[in-house]
Design a binder for this molecule. Sequence first.
Ligand code: DHB
Length: 503
Amino acid sequence: MNRRDFNLSLLAGVAVSAAPTAHAASTTQDALRPDLTRYTTQEVKVGEHTIRVRAYEGLPTVAKAVEPDYQALNLYIPEAYFQGGSVGGFTARTAPIFLPNGVGGYMPAKPGGLINRMPGPPGQTPAPSASAVALTRGFVVAAPGARGRTLQAADGRWTGKAPAAIVDLKAAVRWLRHNADRLPGNTDRIVSNGTSAGGALSALLGASGNHPDYEADLRALGAAPTRDDIFAVSAFCPITNLAHADEAYEWQFEGLREFRNIAISMLDFRVQRKEVVGQLSDAQVALSGEMRQAFVAYVNALGLKAPDGSPLTLETNGQGRLREHIAGLLQASAQQVLDGGRDLSDVSWLQVQGGRVRSVDFSAYARTVGRMKAQPAFDGFSLETGENQLFGDASIDKRHFTDYSLRHSTVSGAARADAGTVKSMDAMQQLLDARAKVSSHWRIRHGSVDRDTSLAVPTLLAAAARQRGAAVDLALPWGRPHSGDYDLEALFDWAEAAVRQSA
Ligand code: DHB
């Protein structure tokens, strides 16, 4: 018996629930059903745990790839699942599938490996990667690549503009379902994860399951003709809701002129940090006021609710229930570290008394963390942001994506991405569209000192997911800057609880 037969016979009878629909034999199908005897064995160590995994790397997720290095998947599966064994209480049939994307800055990302690529503190070994932790807890890991905003073909055409990245992630999900009958892992339990732009894509994957908007692109690429909805979303600091993120930023940082950012670049393999400090001009301050008003109107039109059922509205002066709700999230975050023994007496925007955080002054909070980005924060008037480049098309590198910035554009002949493209990249808009299948479980984290986008962005995203019936766990972890994967044990505890709840 060759190894392929061996694998198949072991897996016979444990085929997961979503058996793929029968397709006529086609090149698409063959390309997407690779030879599973080709793998390497890797060892993953996390603390005391060591686990042997089969690594299938660089699996093409579409039959007609435009960028084969990115439209691919790395798959890591505990060896025990091929031997009838269990890991962390899961088996080949029950194991959830952890789907981390490595996207940052809406840049292209190759399929992820098992090593943590983030540098740890000097002199210390880096923390284990989310994928390594997932494997030791019995998850199957499927790490897809995705095209991004800077990719260009030899003929000069741009190949990774919106919505390429989400289309690629959906193709990877479909690939998993297409191969579900012959691989360990339960495709009804796919848990997506990502940080920042990757957090936005993770949320978008959970918000847009099986939505017809993506069908033509998926078909053109030769993606597997099956479902792409997922079970659960983990999103760290999602840079989403790009159509309204500029307004949300001005609402939060009302009246602040100074912006301060650390520009990080790599030179000779050394990380260079350069502080960028600037002041908004009088004209920008005036526009900021207009944007704030636009945000108030947007929020009130959404008609979303807080977990206690109260409407998340704002008054024309920017005060109101949404602001109080966000202040409450900051208060809960502060209370948690206070309970853990942290001294918060020097935090000027908190009122602490008798071991309780009594109140949060949200305006003082915003002044203290300070604004990081100029105005507008995302759709730059001179097309200078990463998001402008995300919303280019095959022949145009950079475009606007809001009417507001198009009207104020300083670039003659600047174009605007159509509303459909902007929506196809936006978890928030997809959540408001009943045609998508929405993940039943969401975990959203946005650090309390993260200024890359307004706290209103993750808060409204959570409220919209809740409105679609999802169980949503939203928190603003104390003192965390723009980052992710910092609380992996808690992340997988949450994912396991979600799986158990739904079993
Ligand atoms: C990311 C950060 C940003 O501030 C932004 O506008 C887009 C993406 C990121 O870290 O991925």
